[in-house]
Design a protein around this ligand. Structure first.
Ligand SMILES: Nc1ncnc2c1ncn2[C@@H]1O[C@H](COP(=O)(O)OP(=O)(O)OP(=O)(O)O)[C@@H](O)[C@H]1O
Length: 344
């Protein structure tokens, strides 16, 4: 089942291909995160879904109804799509209550009860209803913006970097709160973010854009463990990339023999996520290891750089806990858990 369907949507700005034949299906009730480097087309995609822009070619439909077919289609205000932007875009001269009620139908009889219900939904204290936006924290302003967008009972909610102005702790709380609110209201959402960790934890589906093209879409686990290419792998998190010879479900590499999930045979590049590698101090100078050349203490997560026995390879960086942290100069063994991903 699909709520929003994009078929080969393309958009150019002069010589720039902002979107190049992007196809994407968004299931009802799901949360999709769109990620990609700066200039990859995320905002353009969101603006086309919202109806602020029209594609040059390609089609998009919502719940089976056509929203746009090339440059013609349904205008933004008739799409039933809600938007929460980075700055919340609240009206500074209106109270919280008036901001929330802005999208209601004129003279809505249940105005007060709906405002109260929406404030409760986004976990805002009812006493704040009479405040102006400047009397709220960044997180509270974002909750008002979300309540206002929810008040229009949208079929689809677009979230354009709504957490980016918040600091780390608050950001995580807001992300969880928004996910909960959307889930409880059964609203399908699309989030645009620069933050890979945010995308992986918020979404059921992650879509990676690069230079206007959709590189890969799938569940966060699938993309993290089986990225299409090394660029996507590195975009979604830290990765250890090693040359290897692959055969019969195993790869021979600088870390010894590692299981792989691939029927590839021959030379290939393999990828391990750093958390798959355990550093064990082992004075026996093991084959599957090397010498620690640098240790960066980082509290819960520390980074250990290990120069491999194969000097042609750069040192690999491994994230590890501060418990039993090796020291620079130690000889270490690198034990791998799970399977490596094979590119190619
Ligand atoms: N109105 C416009 N006129 C000309 N070029 C544009 C316009 N809007 C976007 N572009 C170009 O289209 C490409 C995609 O831009 P877009 O804003 O969609 O990327 P983005 O992934 O959202 O980037 P960021 O993460 O920096 O916000 C960029 O090369 C951008 O310069």
């Amino acid at each position: 089942m699909t709520l929003l369907d994009l078929e080969t949507v393309s958009k150019r700005y002069g010589p720039v291909r902002a979107l190049d034949a992007v196809s994407l299906s968004v299931p009802p009730g799901s949360r999709t995160a769109v990620v990609g480097p700066s200039g990859s087309g995320k905002t353009t995609l969101l603006r086309i879904i919202a109806g602020f822009e029209f594609p040059d070619s390609g089609r998009l439909s919502l719940d089976g109804a056509l929203l746009a077919d090339g440059p013609a289609g349904v205008p933004a205000h008739k799409r039933g799509i809600g938007i929460v932007s980075q700055d919340g875009a609240l009206f500074p001269h209106l109270s919280v209550a008036d901001n929330i009620a802005f999208g209601f139908e004129r003279g809505a009889p249940d105005r007060a009860s709906r405002i109260a219900e929406l404030m409760e939904m986004v976990e805002l204290d009812g006493a704040m209803a009479t405040r102006r936006p400047h009397q709220l924290s960044g997180g509270q302003q974002q909750r008002v913006a979300l309540a206002r967008a929810l008040g229009r009972r949208p079929r689809l909610m677009l979230l354009d970097e709504p957490f980016s102005a918040l600091d780390t702790g608050l950001r995580e709380n807001m992300r969880k709160a928004v996910a909960r609110v959307l889930q409880n209201a059964g609203i399908t959402a699309i989030l645009v973010t620069h933050d890979q960790a945010e995308a992986l934890s918020f979404a059921d589906q992650v879509a990676v854009l690069r230079e206007g093209r959709l590189v890969q879409a799938g569940s966060p686990q699938m993309l993290y463990q089986h990225p299409r290419d090394r660029e996507t792998a590195l975009f979604l998190g830290d990765a250890v990339l090693l040359p290897a010879i692959v055969r019969n479900g195993f790869a021979d590499c600088a870390l010894g023999r590692v299981a792989v999930e691939s029927d590839h045979a021959g030379k290939a590049e393999i990828m391990l996520r750093p958390e798959q590698i355990r550093v064990v101090v082992d004075a026996a100078a093991p084959q599957n290891g090397g010498r620690v050349v640098d240790v960066q203490f980082g509290g819960a997560i520390c980074t250990v750089a290990v120069a491999l026995a194969d000097v042609a390879l750069p040192p690999i960086l491994i994230k590890t806990s501060s418990v039993a942290l090796p020291a620079a100069g130690n000889l270490v063994r690198l034990d791998v858990t799970g399977k490596a991903h094979v590119f190619g």
